[in-house]
Design a protein around this ligand. Structure first.
Ligand code: IPM
Ligand code: MG
Length: 364
């Protein structure tokens, strides 16, 4: 197969971890006889530095013409970076949001799985970590409060800031269907998360999810409130199979889910359109504090590359091959700093970002 893949390394640790994902993809292409063409473009702070804006029209167009996009991370340190002295719509985050919206990537998948080798890195109670968990978060990505109106004005002598949260029926139904389809292929348990005791948008969400459930008899739908879900995730994550939720709740819960897998550096993500096109990125951020030191964990980026092969190129065997290589590396005791045990009785080796990429590539 021949495929055009756009790389958007971005800021902070982005370039380092994307380089490792590319290494693994290149190795996979050789091993399975594919031809992947890579093109690197700018997004976020580095694009502001080069072009004065976090995302150019040209970059959006080139992403549109590709088969898939692999991103690193965007942004710097608020308060330290000059990027945050710009108006909000010209900051790094605005570039990512604009890209998601322009490419119509409404369905964000964030799989949080506790690898048995990383049980000691899991911050939950030992017996919970022993049980393990494997939760797929389906986050609505192009609606809700992220894409409402945002304004600050002066009213009656004081500042008033307003953000609006709006969901259309069609937006809720299409993410619901994706989530049901995903649940059908897993254990058939779908938990829809909302705040229906307070928000009108959540009440509509709950009603439409219940209606859609009729089309998927093999899936058991439950509803839960977001505050309670955040508590249940640390109490007993194994109770969840698939979680579907709106944009901001998904943003918050997915960081929590990442942390309980042992490290934010382990969580990949896929942002999908109605067809097979998608953008793939680690769920973690740009980690400016460790950027440029060759210590960041590249596994989330490498696992995102596996998701790219699975969802956009339909290369299931190749995706599984990468995922198995990651598990094998963990089994052999290879760790980046974030997932290394502090006083491991031996058997573990702390690797740099590029060494970890090498180990995975060798396994392909
Ligand atoms: C994420 C990030 C983004 C989001 C930021 C960088 C805009 O936190 O992908 O989870 O809020 O969606
Ligand atoms: Mg987030």
């Amino acid at each position: 197969m021949r495929a055009d893949i756009i790389m958007l390394p971005g800021d902070g640790i982005g370039p380092e971890i994307v380089a490792e994902a590319r290494k693994v993809l290149e190795r996979t292409a050789v091993r399975f006889g594919h031809e992947f063409h890579f093109q690197e473009l700018l997004i976020g702070g580095c694009s502001i530095d080069a072009y004065g804006e976090p995302l150019t029209e040209e970059t959006i167009e080139r992403c549109c013409r590709a088969d898939a996009v692999l991103m690193g991370a965007i942004g710097g340190r608020v308060g330290q970076s000059l990027w945050y002295e710009l108006p909000p719509e010209r900051r790094p985050e605005a570039g990512l949001l604009r890209l998601r919206k322009s490419l119509r990537l409404f369905c964000n998948l964030r799989p949080a799985k506790l690898y048995s080798e990383l049980r000691n890195a899991c911050p939950l109670r030992t017996e919970i970590a022993e049980r393990g968990f494997d939760v797929m978060m389906v986050r609505e990505l192009t609606g809700g409060i992220y894409f409402g109106t945002h304004s600050t004005e002066e009213l009656d002598g004081e500042l008033v800031a307003t953000d609006t949260l709006c969901y259309r029926e069609s937006e809720i139904r299409r993410i619901a269907r994706k989530a049901f389809e995903i649940a059908e292929k897993r254990e058939g348990r779908l938990c829809s998360v909302d705040k229906a005791n307070v928000l009108a948008s959540s009440r509509l969400w709950r009603r439409l999810l219940t209606e859609e459930a009729a089309r998927y008899p093999s899936v058991r739908l439950s509803h839960a409130l977001v505050d309670s879900t955040s508590m249940q995730l640390v109490r007993d994550p194994a109770q969840f199979d698939v979680i579907v939720t709106e944009n901001m709740f998904g943003d918050i819960l997915s960081d929590e889910m990442a942390e309980i897998t042992g490290s934010l550096g382990m969580l990949p993500s896929a942002s999908l359109r109605e067809d097979s096109f998608g953008l793939y990125e680690p769920s973690g951020g740009s980690a400016p504090d460790i950027a440029g030191q060759n210590v960041a964990n590249p596994l989330a980026a490498i696992l995102s590359a596996a998701m790219l092969l699975r969802y956009s190129l339909n290369l299931t065997t190749e995706a599984e091959c990468i995922e198995e290589a990651v598990e094998e590396a963990l089994r052999r005791g290879f760790r980046t700093r974030d997932i290394a045990e502090r006083d491991s009785a031996g058997g573990q080796r702390v690797l740099s970002t590029s060494e970890m990429g090498d180990r995975i590539a060798e396994q392909i």
